[in-house]
Ligand binder design. Structure first.
Ligand SMILES: Nc1ncnc2c1ncn2[C@@H]1O[C@H](COP(=O)(O)OP(=O)(O)O)[C@@H](O)[C@H]1O
Ligand SMILES: Cc1ncsc1CCOP(=O)(O)O
Ligand SMILES: [Mg+2]
Length: 287
C-alpha cells in the first residue's frame, strides 16, 4: 500500500498573521541587529512599536555573547567595512551554533565586490530568511549560481531597485531552493517563497521608497517575527503587518514622506486584525 501524499500546508491567512503578531507582542523578543548607520534608529523604533526589544550590537568582541542572549539576529550589510564583516560572520556562525534564527538583508549586493563577497559568505552560513528588493535578490541569486545571470547591476542604483518585484520572482524561488532559505522579496507587491511555495502580499504605499531605511526596518521587524514563528510564516506575517501599517501611514502623509517613519511606527503600535484585513492581501500562487 502506498502512503497517502502529505496534506498541503494551509495557506497563511489574515487571522494566522494576527495570531503571529499577538504571539510576538506576548513574547517581546530581544532582536540583535548588526545594521547600517542609516537604519539604526528607525529599525529600533519599528521594533519597539511592534512589541519587540531592539539592540544594535556590532563589536566583534561581543557579538557572539549577544547572540547568546538574543531571540533572533538581523544582519544588514548597508554600511560595511572589514571589521563589521568579521563581526557579521562571527555572529551568524554563533547563531547557527546556538540554533538562533537569523535574517540577512543583502543591501546593494552586486554593487561592489566587497558587498557581493560579504553577502555570499553570509548566505553560506544559512540565514533563515533573506529579505531584499528586486535588484538585490536578482544579484544575490546570480552570485550564488542559482540564476543564470547576475542581473542586479542593471536592476539597481546602489541601495535602490530599478526593477519591480515581479521581475525577481523567478530569482527569489531559485535562490530559496539553492540556499535552502526563505526569500522575502519586496516592492509594490511583496513575495515570500521557500522554493516550494510562493505567497504574494499586497499593502504598503508608494511613498515608502521615498523614506530611507524602511526596507532595513522591515528586515529588523522580520527578525522579531522569526523569534515566534517558522521562517515562511514569520516572513509572511512581517510583510503583511508592515504593509498594512505602511498603507495606513502613507494615507496620513498627504504632503510627502517626511513624517512617514513616525506614522509607520504609530500604525504598527495600533495594528489589529481588522486593519490587517482592510489593508493587506495574501495570495498563495502555485509553483
Ligand atoms: N511602490 C510601492 N508601493 C507600496 N509599497 C511599497 C512600494 N515600494 C516599496 N514598498 C514597501 O516598502 C517596504 C520596503 O520595501 P523596498 O522598498 O522594496 O525595500 P528597500 O528599501 O530595501 O529597497 C516594503 O514593505 C514594501 O512592500
Ligand atoms: C542609503 C543607505 N546607504 C547605505 S545603507 C542605506 C539605507 C538603505 O535602506 P533601504 O534598503 O531600506 O532603502
Ligand atoms: Mg534595502
Amino acid at each position: 500500500m502506498t502512503a497517502p501524499p502529505p496534506s498541503p500546508k494551509p495557506a497563511p491567512t489574515i487571522a494566522s498573521v494576527a495570531a503571529t503578531l499577538a504571539a510576538l507582542r506576548a513574547r517581546r523578543p530581544l532582536v540583535h541587529n548588526i545594521t547600517n548607520y542609516v537604519a539604526m534608529t528607525v529599525s529600533a523604533n519599528v521594533l519597539l512599536s511592534l512589541g519587540a526589544s531592539p539592540a544594535m550590537v556590532h563589536a566583534g568582541e561581543e557579538v557572539e555573547d549577544f547572540v547568546g542572549i538574543a531571540d533572533a539576529l538581523v544582519i544588514n550589510i548597508g554600511t560595511l567595512s572589514g571589521p563589521w564583516i568579521e563581526a557579521m560572520l562571527r555572529a551568524a556562525a554563533a547563531a547557527d551554533r546556538l540554533g538562533k534564527p537569523w535574517l540577512l538583508d543583502p543591501v546593494a549586493a552586486g554593487a561592489t565586490r566587497l558587498r557581493s563577497d560579504a553577502a555570499l559568505a553570509l548566505l553560506r552560513l544559512k540565514p533563515a530568511v533573506v529579505r531584499g528588493n528586486a535588484g538585490e535578490i536578482m544579484a544575490l541569486a546570480g552570485l550564488a549560481g542559482a540564476a543564470s545571470t547576475a542581473a542586479g547591476a542593471e536592476a539597481s542604483r546602489g541601495v535602490d531597485s530599478l526593477a519591480g518585484s515581479e521581475a525577481a520572482v523567478a530569482a527569489a524561488v531559485a535562490l530559496a531552493r539553492q540556499a535552502g532559505t526563505v526569500v522575502a522579496l519586496t516592492g509594490e507587491t511583496d513575495y515570500v517563497t521557500d522554493g516550494t511555495r510562493l505567497i504574494a502580499i499586497t499593502g504598503g504605499h508608494a511613498l515608502m521608497p521615498l523614506s530611507t531605511a524602511l526596507g532595513c526596518a522591515l528586515s529588523a521587524a522580520t527578525g522579531a517575527f522569526l523569534a515566534v514563528a517558522p521562517p515562511l510564516d514569520a516572513a509572511v506575517a512581517a510583510l503583511a503587518v508592515y504593509g498594512a501599517a505602511g498603507a495606513v501611514a502613507g494615507a496620513r502623509c498627504p504632503g510627502g514622506a517626511g513624517h512617514l517613519p513616525a506614522e509607520l511606527c504609530d500604525a504598527l503600535l495600533a495594528m489589529d486584525e481588522a486593519t490587517l484585513a482592510a489593508q493587506a492581501g495574501l495570495t498563495e500562487i502555485a509553483l
